[in-house]
Design a protein around this ligand. Structure first.
Ligand SMILES: [Zn+2]
Length: 428
């Protein structure tokens, strides 16, 4: 099912399978993110999902998370926030971040400017407030900086002005994972400003740091009632993260992990073992794989299984794909192969409509905190419109359900609608 794979590799090369000029012509010169979005209901119908996402009282201690895929608040999104940064960008065909706002407006109508920090999250915030999760974890697919130079030879450089960080705080994020193919778009200076800005705003980070030890250390989130969530974040070359960006013992950078490299599982097992205490829920967040298509490479599936079998990992939080990929439950542990995009400025960019990249998912898993086993996964289907997350219509959510169920057949999972317009995962 894999189609062409529009990769923006960090060294500026583009995947050979893509006729870039033809793609750019179709999109008016706009460029999607480099290599590279579980309860659902309808804004159109006004359906409420509150009943289905209410926490169920059980005797076993539970930990509930909110996860989503890429949150890209740079470029066009940055331009509609209260403190837009310098709009100059250095892409082959586009010179101003404002052009991405214009492209979206051509497709969807006027987009407000100087928006409230909560604007971009739209309906997602109400969904989260109805049944607040214990921890909120996203992949932040942009630098947060007003300093630094664009990484030489790279085709796309994402950045959000640090003064706009309230747009991340508005969602009460506990952890932003940073090991992805845009975190060094503005160099080491940009990375440093990103880390300082997020931490000053009270958010934990994982996957990047001032040295390898800091980049590899998990974000530690204390859970009310006891226990912790540990978030380890890795970026894979298969998503366009170059080894040049890897942190070293005395060099800033990212926590890079190649799913094909010998010793990858042993390394993660060692790092998890250094931190894990009884009752901890271990999340491994992985930026891996291509942007488009539903196929899960055999090496990714093998790594996911081995991380669960041999590295005491409870949840694989995969991202990089621009649309949701299949979900698997391996030995009662959850594997999200690709959570898709959640927030970005790609609206109006054409060429990949077949994947409906405007549709995403909120993943709301619940675990038995004694065992790390999945007890329930609820999903909310979303759609981005005018740079704002909305609940998907009944029709759109149904499309997403059909597509995921088709692609997840080989993984033994299905999502089924529940009362209140949410979906719930079923697995064998
Ligand atoms: Zn990416």
């Amino acid at each position: 099912m894999t189609t062409s794979n529009a990769r923006d590799l960090p060294d500026g090369r583009v995947d050979q399978h893509v006729d870039r000029r033809r793609f750019l012509a179709r999109t008016g010169g706009a460029i999607l993110c480099g290599v590279a979005g579980a309860v659902v209901a309808s804004a159109a119908t006004g359906q409420r999902s509150s009943g289905a996402v209410e926490r169920q009282r059980t005797s076993a201690p539970r930990v509930r998370l909110f996860l989503c895929g890429d949150v890209m608040t740079g470029r066009g999104i940055d331009q509609i926030l209260r403190h837009p940064g310098d709009p100059r960008i250095f892409e082959g065909y586009v010179r101003s971040a404002g052009d991405y706002v214009a492209i979206a407006e051509q497709a969807s109508g006027p987009i407000p400017r100087a928006v409230d920090p909560a604007y971009i999250w739209g309906d997602a915030l109400a969904e989260l407030e109805r049944a607040p999760p214990d921890a909120r974890i996203v992949n932040l697919e942009t630098a947060v900086t007003d300093v630094g130079e664009p990484w030489p030879g790279k085709g796309i450089h994402y950045r959000m002005h640090p003064a706009n960080v309230p747009c991340l705080a508005a969602a009460k994020l506990d952890c932003c994972t940073l090991a992805n193919n845009h975190m060094l778009d503005w160099g080491y200076e940009g990375l440093q400003r990103t880390l300082e800005t997020l931490r000053a705003a009270g958010m934990r980070t994982a996957g990047a740091g001032r040295d390898l030890a800091e980049a590899a250390a998990p974000a530690v989130i204390d859970v009310s009632g006891g226990g912790r969530v540990l978030v380890f974040a890795y970026g894979s070359p298969s998503s366009g993260v170059t080894m040049k960006w890897a942190a070293r013992s005395h060099r800033r950078g990212l926590n890079v992990l190649d799913e094909c490299a010998p010793g990858a599982v042993e390394r993660v097992a060692r790092e998890v073992g250094e931190w894990k205490r009884p009752g901890d829920l271990v999340v491994v967040s992985l930026h891996w794989g291509s942007n488009w298509g539903y196929e899960v490479p055999a090496e990714q599936r093998a790594l996911a299984h081995r991380l669960i079998d041999d590295a005491a990992v409870d949840l694989i939080h995969g991202h990089s794909s621009h649309h949701p990929r299949p979900i698997e439950v391996h030995r009662n542990k959850l594997v999200l192969y690709g959570c898709g995009d959640f927030i970005n400025d790609y609206e109006g960019i054409t060429g990949y409509e077949v994947f409906r990249p405007e549709l995403g998912l909120m993943y709301l898993p619940e675990f038995d905190s004694r065992t790390g086993q999945l007890t329930r996964l609820l999903l909310v289907a979303t759609r981005t419109h005018r740079f704002r997350v909305e609940r998907a219509s009944v029709e759109d959510a149904s499309w997403l359900q059909d597509r995921l169920n088709r692609e997840a057949r080989a993984f033994g999972t299905r999502i089924e609608p529940q009362p209140g317009g949410v979906y719930q995962l079923q697995w064998t």
